[in-house]
Design a binder for this molecule. Structure first.
Ligand SMILES: [Fe+2]
Length: 244
C-alpha cells in the first residue's frame, strides 16, 4: 500500500491492498441481487482487483423463500466464475461463502451444519434493518456451540443497535463486527454513517467489507480512499481481513 499526502497533511490511501482480502460481496452471476451475468461478474471482480484486493471471498445471499442458494449451487457457480476468470486472464484468488439472513431457516441450517464458512469457520450473517431479531442470543449461542464464529454484516445498518454500548455488548458475546466501507460515505443516511463512524472510533470492527453488488460500489470505494474515517478503519490495527 502506498501513501500520498494532501496539502493539509491528511493521509490518503492509494488503494485497499492493506486489507488484501474482501469477505463480503455479491459476485456470482444470477444468484442474488448482485452480478447478473458472467460479464458483470468479471467486470466487478476486475474492479476489485484494481482497488488493490488480491483475494475475494464472495458471499451470495441466503434468505428463506427468496434467495435459496445451497452450498452445492454456490460451489458450482464459483467454479464457472473461476474458469471464466482464467479464460479472461484475470489473475485473482476467489472463494465463496454466503451471507445468511437471520430467519427461521438460518436455525435449520445451523442445526444441519450446512453453513458455508470462510477463514476460521466464520459465518457471515445479516439481520432485518428494522425489526429487532427474535431469539437473537439463543440462536447466536447455537451457532457458537456448533463450532461456528458469527460475523455480523454491516452492524451500522440496524437502528435498534444504535444505542450506547450496544456494539460493545455484541462483541462481548463473541460476535465479530464487519463494517461496510461504503457506510462511511457521505452519501449514506447520516444515522447509519454515524453508527459506522462510532464503530470505527471505538475500534470494534474485526472486518471491513466492500459488500460490492455492482460497478457503482467500486466507484464509491474509489472515492472513499480519501476519507479520514476509512483511513482510520484501515489503520486501526484490529482488522483481520489480511489473514483470511
Ligand atoms: Fe451483502
Amino acid at each position: 500500500m502506498f501513501w500520498k499526502r494532501k496539502k493539509e497533511n491528511t493521509p490518503i490511501l492509494s488503494d485497499y491492498s492493506v486489507l488484501g482480502v474482501d469477505l463480503h460481496s455479491h459476485l456470482l452471476p444470477g444468484l442474488d441481487d448482485g452480478a447478473r451475468t458472467m460479464e458483470d461478474s468479471l467486470q466487478i471482480i476486475a474492479g476489485l482487483q484494481s482497488l488493490g484486493y488480491r483475494k475475494i471471498i464472495t458471499t451470495p445471499h441466503n434468505q428463506a423463500d427468496f434467495y435459496v442458494n445451497s452450498p452445492e449451487k454456490i460451489r458450482a457457480s464459483l467454479e464457472t466464475v473461476r474458469k471464466a476468470l482464467k479464460e479472461n486472464q484475470i489473475d485473482i484468488e476467489i472463494e465463496a461463502a454466503s451471507e445468511y439472513y437471520f430467519d427461521y431457516d438460518f436455525l435449520h441450517k445451523i442445526q444441519k451444519k450446512e453453513l458455508l464458512t470462510f477463514g476460521n469457520n466464520y459465518v457471515l450473517f445479516e439481520l432485518s434493518p428494522t425489526l429487532p431479531p427474535v431469539n437473537f442470543e439463543s440462536i447466536v449461542f447455537e451457532l457458537q456451540v456448533a463450532g461456528y464464529r458469527p460475523v455480523l454484516a454491516h452492524p451500522e445498518r440496524y437502528g435498534y443497535f444504535h444505542g450506547p454500548g450496544k456494539y460493545r455488548e455484541l462483541t462481548e458475546k463473541g460476535i465479530l463486527l464487519q463494517v461496510n466501507i461504503s457506510s462511511l460515505s457521505s452519501h449514506i443516511a447520516s444515522n447509519i454513517r454515524n453508527a459506522a463512524i462510532k464503530i470505527v472510533q471505538e475500534n470494534l470492527a474485526s472486518f471491513a467489507g466492500s459488500d460490492t453488488h455492482n460497478m457503482a460500489n467500486i466507484s464509491i470505494m474509489k472515492d472513499l480512499l480519501s476519507s479520514p474515517h476509512v483511513y482510520r478503519l484501515l489503520d486501526s490495527g484490529v482488522l483481520m481481513n489480511a489473514g483470511l
